[in-house]
Design a protein around this ligand. Structure first.
Ligand SMILES: Nc1ncnc2c1ncn2[C@@H]1O[C@H](COP(=O)(O)OP(=O)(O)O)[C@@H](O)[C@H]1O
Ligand SMILES: [Mg+2]
Length: 271
């Protein structure tokens, strides 16, 4: 038996999908459209770290530190006191407040890593959790560098005993996915999705990859409950219309295709 140390994510029903938790030291990509639950998932992971005595660092680029603290508070996770007690540091990369020790002034990946290591030194020796929410912003202006940097970042963070969640947006239009290259070096990929069912917003989670783990292959419905947080409900059975394009869009594509085919035949006949 291979014995793997795993970190609980702290979400009811989720750890079971990945054989008990995320293997220590892993670099896991969290991806999905806006509002699908990526930040709330990450907040759970961070809070569970506090409860388990891990050193926790949360980097926020799209919301302020206050916003993250308040969001956690809604699920009865007291980030403010964890910060006070030196168990956790939230690095604010949005407000860039001058003089704030845990704020970074520009979105530079090397400066970020420096700051994270500084924070780790402050929190002390031992097992640590890191969330970067999100990583997309750091590489927007230099996608070519992303791959090279992500290797460097991965190696370095592993050395400092971090188990890392890297949140990134999913670009539906390009299908290029997230984080410019993160997916290639990620030890795990957790994808969030959303859909409207009978006029109601539904959210789903799917473990697409988790190295060294016999993970669940099904997509699960999740729910975010006030005062409680995220819970994993049952697996979903997708119907064809759930994953294909709307009928009128398909019809348009079909017509366009027909038209080009006709034109091609016409030209061929002329030759
Ligand atoms: N207190 C709450 N109770 C219930 N649902 C909430 C609460 N706070 C936030 N949400 C839900 O969570 C969503 C935001 O999720 P979030 O994890 O921030 O998304 P993402 O990071 O993927 O953009 C909100 O749009 C809302 O639907
Ligand atoms: Mg978010």
């Amino acid at each position: 038996m291979v014995d793997i140390e795993r970190l609980s994510v702290g979400i009811k029903g989720f750890d079971d999908l990945i054989a008990g938790g995320i293997p220590r030291g892993f670099f896991v990509a969290i991806t999905g459209e806006p509002g699908t639950g990526k930040t709330i998932f990450s907040i759970h992971f961070a809070w569970r770290g506090v409860l388990d005595g891990d050193k926790v660092i949360y980097v926020t680029t799209e919301e302020s530190r206050d916003s993250i603290v308040r969001q956690a508070q809604m699920f009865n996770m007291d980030f403010a006191s964890a910060i006070d007690k030196g168990k956790m540091i939230v690095i604010d990369a949005l407000l860039k407040t001058r003089g704030d020790e845990w704020s970074i002034e520009d979105l530079d990946i090397e400066k970020l890593v420096e700051k994270v290591i500084e924070a780790k030194k402050k929190l002390g020796y031992g097992r640590a959790r890191l969330v970067i929410d999100s990583i997309s912003a750091f590489w927007l202006d230099k996608p070519a560098m992303a791959r090279k940097y992500s290797y460097m970042v991965k190696r370095l963070l592993y050395k400092w005993d971090f188990t890392t969640l890297l949140v990134s947006q999913y670009a539906i239009t390009t299908a290029e996915a997230f984080g410019f290259g993160v997916e290639h070096i990620a030890d795990g990929i957790i994808r969030f999705r959303r859909a409207i069912r009978n006029g109601v917003l539904k959210r789903y989670i799917l473990v697409e990859k988790m190295r060294q783990t016999p993970h669940d292959m099904r997509m699960y419905e999740i729910e975010i409950i006030n005062g409680e947080g995220m819970i994993v409900k049952g697996p979903v059975e997708l119907r064809r219309e759930d994953i294909t394009l709307p009928r009128d869009v398909i019809e348009k594509i079909r017509k366009a295709k027909e038209k080009t085919e006709k034109e091609t035949t016409f030209h061929t006949n002329l030759k």
